[in-house]
Design a protein around this ligand. Structure first.
Ligand code: PRX
Length: 666
């Protein structure tokens, strides 16, 4: 029977998230997993959890010894002396790139490591041997440009193999990469380069996305003009062939820098705690935080979760659709799959080119067996109906995954039925930039699935839901703070250059003992976790993390804006969208003036931060609703943005009449 698109669209309503409370469908592991996966039953899962509870350090030490190739083995597992600055395996030495590449050369050097497809249909393959040679060449090129161990390198690239090559080359020589998502614009790039004190930017002339060329080099030139004094060179990959300007004293072509380099590059042996990368992410202040990850603990986390959660097999073709600009593209594109020696698929472009069947065309063409994407992508695809995926042979798929935001049960069911054809388990993985890797997620051979729940914490992960006082909430379905009660190897180590902010942001409560995730959650009677979303001023737009303050700072940087407040509004496809309330300098604009300014401000935010931060709607007021102490009442703004009637008494506000003005229909 053909599904009615209108019914399908109806399934998308965000209110369905609420319906998760009534969710009682369960899906036991299918036979091909329960008898064959690495972890085959809940008993086995409980045994692992028990092992970790009894001997926490031993649990991690045993896995670190067996999963990582060490140059020099470690003798100390966890150092908590300077908590919350934890160190793991600190006296061991290794190289992450050796663990991702060299370790496979003898046994599977001719296996395809990267299977790349460009938006325009160009396909490229790199075997492990070829990737190793490219990474080595580029590592040598970086060294020739004066990059040393510990130097910061910003990577601002399209989703092409060279992005992974650049990351791996940094890891090989001990440089610390900081990837900036190619969808970010001038100010975001500039802030990140400056905060990291980077020496080099690696970029491309342009990248293909949505049928357009994203002018990465031009954005980079704008960011570097009159700022970023630490930058010595810009390395430019020729990708889109668009016209760019090269600054001869600073800019070099990728192909020229590697031309005379050897395909062998001796790895830099670094200590376990050597920073592997910085990744900037939004928090509740205007300034993004440079989340700093260490080497060995992070690597261990990626390998274990590839094995536990994706139950990865030697012959898998693994496709994580995330961009390398996000943490998902670090852990499950650039590091995890390579460390496990499988074939990873990289796709450069948008899911809508030439139509919304592109994901399924890629799955069919490359025989993808494990597919990992975001709920927002699934919801966008649902909108375009079942006929598109049905045109493709998806029989190679054996496991599906989601990440980035809660998935509403009906979208889960669609993914399971239409894409997984009822055959593939779905792993809904809860984690964060800060946690490095999956924390709460099903084990496909063990955990019965419930649509919309990320199920249970992985072995060794002390996740809990606690109340205001840090006391564990045992009452089923009662919401609280999602915390992690013990340090774990892949956790962030600090915020780059700001240990105080690290402590204040993640360990501010409960005597500094628990890691505070910033998410609310509840646990049902079976102990399953249900994520209820952020409890801070962070938005999730299409699964991307944006701070309301960041967007507000961008708005007030515009000469016509005096004050701004930004809130999120539920959105069918994107999860949330941005609504801005603006007070201008001078008279409040109305009619065409308001329309013109709205257009100008939307463009402005896109240019400052990136198109993902572009407000969906802008409302103007003579003021913002404030308490008598001057605090903006965001709760009221959220209600206005959702078109709800304000029932609460606003008479205690400094300026109660403003609520009516902002809520005026337009
Ligand atoms: O709110 C949670 C949501 O994404 C946040 C982390 O965002 P970011 O650091 O950008 O990392 C995204 C990719 C790991 C979390 O605080 N989130 C992530 N995964 C899930 C989720 N919410 C519900 N269910 C998930 N599976």
């Amino acid at each position: 029977m053909k599904a009615d698109p209108a019914t399908e669209a109806g399934l998308l309503k965000p209110e369905n998230i609420e319906s998760s409370l009534q969710e009682n469908r369960t899906f036991p592991p299918p036979a091909q997993f329960s008898g064959h996966a690495r972890i085959q039953s809940m008993e086995e899962y409980e045994t692992l959890c028990h092992e970790a509870e009894q001997d926490y350090e031993g649990f991690w030490a045993r896995r670190a010894r067996s999963e990582i190739e060490w140059r020099q083995p470690f003798s100390r597992t966890l150092n908590s002396e300077h908590a919350p600055q934890y160190s793991w395996f600190e006296d061991g030495t290794l190289n992450v790139s050796v663990n991702c590449l060299d370790r496979h050369l003898a046994t599977r050097g001719n296996r395809v490591a990267i299977l790349f497809e460009g938006e325009q249909g160009d396909v490229r393959q790199l075997t492990y041997c070829e990737l190793h040679a490219e990474v080595s060449r580029f590592g040598n090129a970086l060294k020739a440009l004066g990059v040393c161990s510990g130097d910061r390198v910003v990577i601002y690239m399209p989703m092409v193999p060279e992005a992974v090559i650049a990351m791996q080359a940094c890891a090989r020589i001990g440089a610390i990469h900081s990837v900036v998502f190619g969808g970010f614009s001038v100010e975001s790039l500039k802030d990140r380069i400056e905060d990291a004190g980077a020496k080099i930017v690696i970029t491309a002339d342009g990248g293909h996305r949505g049928g357009k060329i994203i002018p990465l080099k031009a954005t980079c030139d704008e960011a570097l003009a009159h700022s970023c004094p630490t930058i010595e060179h810009v390395i430019v990959l020729k990708r889109a062939g668009n016209k760019i300007t090269m600054a001869p004293w600073r800019d070099v072509w990728w192909h020229e820098t590697i031309a005379s380099q050897s395909p062998e590059c001796a790895p830099e042996w670094i200590s376990s705690e050597h920073p592997l990368f910085l990744l900037y992410t939004s928090g509740s202040t205007g300034k993004p935080k440079g989340i700093q990850h260490a080497s060995a603990g992070y690597l261990l986390g990626t390998i274990l979760t590839m094995k536990w959660v994706f139950d990865i097999r030697a012959d898998d073709v693994f496709w994580c659709t995330a961009d390398v600009g996000w943490v998902t593209g670090h852990s499950y594109v650039a590091y995890g799959p390579l460390a496990c020696g499988v074939t990873l698929v990289m796709y450069e472009g948008a899911p809508s080119v030439p139509d919304y069947g592109r994901f399924w065309a890629v799955c069919e063409r490359h025989k993808v067996s494990v597919f990992y994407t975001a709920p927002t992508a699934i919801r966008a695809l649902i909108k375009h109906g079942e006929a598109l995926p049905k045109r493709y042979d998806l029989s190679s798929l054996r496991l599906l995954g989601t990440v980035g935001e809660p998935i509403n049960p009906e979208a889960w069911m669609w993914y399971h039925r239409v894409i997984g054809q009822g055959r593939c388990p779905i792993v809904d993985t809860w984690w964060q930039t800060e946690t490095g890797v999956h924390m709460i997620a099903p084990l496909p051979g063990a955990t019965p699935l419930k649509p919309g729940s990320c199920t249970k914490p992985l072995p060794g992960i002390a996740a809990d839901v606690v109340d205001e006082h840090g006391v564990s909430i045992t009452q089923p379905d009662q919401g609280g703070y999602l915390v992690i009660k013990k340090p774990w190897p892949s956790m962030l180590r600090t915020i780059w250059g700001d240990a105080t902010r690290y402590r204040d942001t993640y360990f501010p409560k409960f005597g500094g003992r628990y890691y505070l995730s910033g998410d609310g959650a509840r646990r049902d009677a079976d102990g399953y976790f249900w994520i209820m979303g952020r409890v801070d001023d962070v938005l999730k737009v299409s699964g991307h993390r944006l701070g309301t303050m960041e967007i507000e700072s961008a708005l007030v940087a515009h000469q016509k804006v005096a004050e701004a407040a930004v809130v999120g509004r539920p959105d069918e496809v994107r999860g949330e969208c941005v609504v801005a309330f603006v007070v201008v300098r001078g008279a409040r604009p109305t009619g065409t003036d308001a329309q013109e300014l709205t257009h100008e401000l939307k463009e402005w935010v896109s240019h400052q931060i990136g198109p993902i931060a572009r407000p969906e709607e802008i409302r103007y007021g003579d003021n913002l609703p404030k308490t008598r102490s001057g605090k903006i009442m965001r709760r009221l703004l959220r209600a206005i943005a959702r078109g709800q009637t304000i029932e609460e008494d606003v008479s205690t506000l400094e300026n109660p009449e403003i609520v009516r003005q902002l809520a005026e229909p337009r």
